[in-house]
Design a binder for this molecule. Structure first.
Ligand code: ZN
Length: 185
């Protein structure tokens, strides 16, 4: 989760969770987490798995940042960390969906992005979603909007770093206590 200029694992997508439950899925319970747990209750993807991901709602430039982030994770996972989890863009039967919406989270309007496992088996993620809230804003008056989609290198770097961060949750990583996402958000 990306909240304001600070990242935390607090959130989830209520709408998508509801859809999941309505669809008959048995969600194992990690969704009830709120606040900033120090440990994720669900581990990441199974080791050695090949994860397919799809994106929706992004511009092509934003999409490129998503791809770069997932390539970075793949390089690290298959290069020197032990998970050996790889990610590839594939619209058919994806495990991981990244979507962008113009609105804001109904959990917390200041969430810039949030990730949530949708299906878990044996403590590992089977399917996951990350949502970017372009309309994220503070509750102050006037509100401060987190995202400034001005097409600047700074903006695209923020899309990249946010995706790197959110994908880290799908790898079972919790928040870094002092992580600050730099730049305009
Ligand atoms: Zn986070």
């Amino acid at each position: 989760m990306l909240k304001g200029r600070r990242s935390s694992i607090a959130g989830f997508f209520l709408g998508m969770i509801s859809a999941w439950l309505v669809a008959g899925g048995a969600y194992p319970g990690a969704v009830s987490e709120a606040g900033c747990p120090t440990l994720l209750s669900v581990q990441g993807w199974f080791p050695n798995s090949s994860i397919l991901y799809e994106t929706a709602g992004f511009t092509s430039e934003e999409q490129n940042e998503i791809h770069d982030a997932m390539e970075d994770w793949t390089a690290n996972n298959t290069g020197w960390n032990c998970s050996n989890v790889s990610f590839s863009n594939n619209l058919f039967g994806p495990n991981y969906t990244m979507i962008a919406v113009d609105g804001f989270s109904n959990v917390d309007s200041s969430f810039g992005a949030a990730s949530q496992p949708f299906q878990v088996n044996l403590g590992h993620i089977i399917s996951e979603g990350t949502i970017f809230y372009w309309g994220a804003h503070t509750d102050t008056s006037p509100p401060i909007y987190l995202w400034n989609r001005n097409g600047s290198p700074d903006y695209y770097r923020c899309v990249l770093t946010t995706m790197l961060h959110e994908a880290g949750h799908s790898m079972g990583l919790s928040e870094r206590p002092f992580l600050i996402v730099q730049g305009k958000l």
